[in-house]
Design a protein around this ligand. Structure first.
Ligand code: GCV
Length: 688
């Protein structure tokens, strides 16, 4: 009899486990207890809140939960007050956020006491680099969930279901905006067919509190409209944008605003007409102002001049501080170059004191292994957000400089470049979902720690209730010890592991030109822009390696506030993990631990590879806790990651060895690839 029961239990567990494919993200179905929900207000958002409670209530069976909308001065627009059996807020969406928080706490066994929750940023937005033909720039999870090439304007039930699931996922982590087309924007987005589709998307998003934003092409008045110019000071151009904005708000009354990549990487901008970024942004801001819309104007600008690329955004935008309208937000990537595995924070954070500045983070893993690597980006973002800029004395962290704590910004925004696509599991890798989750959680609360975020995500995504009450405690203990703890550690170590095998000690931008995935420190075709080639960044020669950004070099260090400028400038105080970002050093330079630079580099590469091998073991040991589909998917990804980590190690060791003229230290493993083969392979792919 006992055997039969155990077998039934096993069968049930296997069936339950095998039903998972990752599509439900961190919002998996639960065996809910009955609950009564009381709310005087009726609205689409409140109906969702009630339904969520009824579907997922894990509190006392038969409990009554009260949802009330009442003015409470301690709450911001989206904030809420939570108690075990009640949610209070100033708005319907505040109630919905409160309900998600309540349910998350029940599921993760976090305490629920009388507590106020307010978001760190007003606008918490995902930027989708989705092209109108359905492809996704730097997307590694299939085609766009918004656009498609064939039959582009028909809105199907399937489309609506997907948009609803997406909006629900965003709302559940506090995200309230989505820019639904690529910043390399097609003017066509502003034509009637695409605007109508954007309206259909906005209609589905609305009850979840997610607003639609559009990335626009600055030249639209001349390329889509029939004007001869797109000069932002031209009266005809001003009128064109005003009319366009009016048309958009007629369709989408709660439209959020525009996102603009201008005068950057070939995109048109005000500089084409001899105007400044402020002229361009303000013209759009004036058109949006009557409707409450905002402009997110990106500071990702650099040109092929001789100046250090890392300095250019600061040089171009600092003189404009104070010249932007209050509904313009200058959107700045976390680092001064481009979403590299490790960069110092952008010096614009905290330096622009009279302008709203938004951090832009990259959720999609363009430079961190696409959807192949397990890399939990939360630790990288935490590192940036918690960096002290010293702009208003010690404690002026990037987050406090951008979330309104220090400067009186009219609007506060944080943006994440989305990793979502049509793949069943949305993100291409089960673990990439954790980055979507982490971005939302940090956007809501920029003081959260990655270890808490990882803890929550793992519990929500992987914990399976044992199907029998007896043994529940044993199972939970086993799960905590043998699944939660090691997998959490793997996630927390994963970004540093990638840095180790790809670009340790402050190296950056040495990836292959072929899709920014594998190594490519050699890549420098004749006639190509130097700042698009790795040798520009690593500067390896027989003399040494690294980019001299000290006062003797490009002087990028002086874009930082003291004491950072001097700290970065001085070799003895420069953080070792940014050493080659700021300094060019000889191969035999001695690090604090006594290793030479060459030795240390090789040791980092090997350490990174070994860390990934360790992740494989952690995951393999976790097999009994995970359904087979998700288990196998991750196992395969980790195998691929490990093989690519070895390739990175070998390629960098063999390539840089040509300059250092030193062997890989003999206590380390030998390369298993040949450099000429790696380069030939890479060359083959870059011509694909
Ligand atoms: C959308 C990098 C990426 C580009 C991206 C650009 C940007 O250069 O490789 O694909 O373009 O950043 O952020 O605008």
């Amino acid at each position: 009899m006992k055997i039969i029961i155990i077998n039934i239990f096993f069968l049930f567990t296997v069936l339950y486990l095998s039903a998972q494919d990752g599509h439900q993200l961190w919002l998996r179905d639960k065996k809910a207890e009955p609950v009564t929900v009381v709310c005087k207000k009726i609205s689409a958002t409140i109906s969702i809140a009630k339904k969520e409670l009824q579907q997922s209530w894990l509190g006392n069976a038969g409990a009554t939960v009260t949802l009330s909308i009442k003015k409470d001065n301690s709450l911001k627009q989206d904030g809420f007050r939570l108690e075990a059996n009640s949610v209070k807020a100033n708005s319907d969406i505040g109630i919905l956020y409160g309900v998600y928080e309540l349910l998350r706490r029940q599921q993760t066994s976090e305490p629920i006491k009388n507590q106020v929750f307010n978001p760190s940023y007003e606008v918490r937005i995902l930027d989708h680099w989705d092209n109108l033909d359905g492809t996704v720039e730097r997307g590694y999870a299939g085609h766009s969930i918004f656009w498609r090439k064939n039959d582009p304007f028909t809105v199907t039930d399937l489309d609506k279901r997907l948009w609803q699931e997406y909006a629900r996922a965003n709302a559940s982590i506090g995200l309230n905006g989505a820019a639904i087309d690529n910043v390399n924007a097609s003017p066509k987005i502003l034509s009637t067919g695409y605007l109508r589709r954007a309206k259909a998307i906005a209609d589905v998003f609305r009850p979840y509190g997610v607003k639609v934003y559009l990335a626009v092409n600055f030249a639209s008045p001349s390329t889509l409209g029939a004007l001869k110019t797109a000069d932002p000071l031209d009266p005809g151009v001003i009128a064109w944008w005003k009319n366009k904005v009016k048309e958009i708000y007629r369709l989408i009354p709660d439209f959020g605003g525009f996102l603009v990549k201008a005068s950057s990487e070939g995109q048109p901008g005000p500089q084409n007409y001899g105007r400044t970024h402020a002229d361009g942004a303000n013209m759009l801001a004036d058109a949006l102002k009557p409707y409450g819309g905002i402009v997110m104007w990106r500071a990702f600008v650099y040109s092929a001049n001789n100046e250090d690329r890392a300095k250019q955004a600061y040089d171009e935008f600092m003189p404009l501080d104070g010249k932007f309208r209050d509904n313009v937000i200058v959107q700045v990537k976390n680092g001064p170059v481009d979403f590299q595995p490790r960069e110092p924070f952008s010096p614009l954070f905290g330096a622009m004191k009279k302008t709203s500045v938004a951090p832009e983070l990259q959720v999609t893993q363009e430079y961190l292994g696409h959807s192949v690597y397990v890399v939990f980006l939360s630790t990288m973002w935490e590192e940036c957000l918690k960096s002290d800029t010293y702009q208003q004395r010690a404690g002026s962290t990037v987050s406090r400089c951008t979330d309104g704590s220090i400067y009186p910004q009219k609007h506060t925004v944080i943006a994440g470049v989305s990793n979502v696509g049509l793949d069943t599991n949305w993100c291409g890798n089960q673990f990439a979902q954790a980055n979507w989750y982490a971005f939302g959680r940090l956007a809501w609360n920029d003081t959260l720690q990655s270890k808490q975020i990882a803890d929550e995500w793992i519990k929500l995504t992987f914990y399976n209730d044992p199907s029998q009450k007896s043994g529940e405690e044993d199972y939970a203990n086993d799960w905590n010890k043998n699944f939660l703890a090691p997998v959490k550690q793997m996630m927390l170590d994963s970004r540093e592991a990638a840095v180790n095998f790809m670009m340790p000690l402050g190296l950056h931008h040495i990836m292959s030109a072929n899709g920014h995935y594998g190594p490519g420190p050699w890549w420098a075709p004749k006639g190509w822009r130097p700042d698009w080639t790795p040798p520009y960044y690593h500067q390896a020669s027989t003399n040494g390696i690294g980019f001299d950004r000290t006062r003797n070099g490009s002087d990028a260090v002086d874009q930082y506030h003291e004491p950072l400028a001097s700290e970065f400038n001085d070799l003895s105080t420069c953080p070792e993990n940014l050493l080659l970002w700021f300094h060019h050093l000889p191969w035999d330079y001695k690090l604090h631990n006594g290793h030479t630079l060459w030795d240390a580099l090789c040791r980092h590469y090997e350490k990174g590879v070994n860390q990934v091998r360790e992740f494989q073991k952690i995951w393999d040991k976790a097999a009994s806790f995970v359904d087979s589909t998700r288990f196998i998917e991750v196992q395969r990804k980790l195998r691929e990651q490990c093989s690519n980590a070895i390739l990175w190690k070998d390629a960098c060791e063999l390539y840089f060895e040509q300059f250092s003229h030193l062997p890989v230290p003999y206590d380390l493993e030998r390369p298993i690839h040949n450099l000429d083969t790696i380069i030939a392979d890479e060359f083959k792919h870059s011509n694909d």
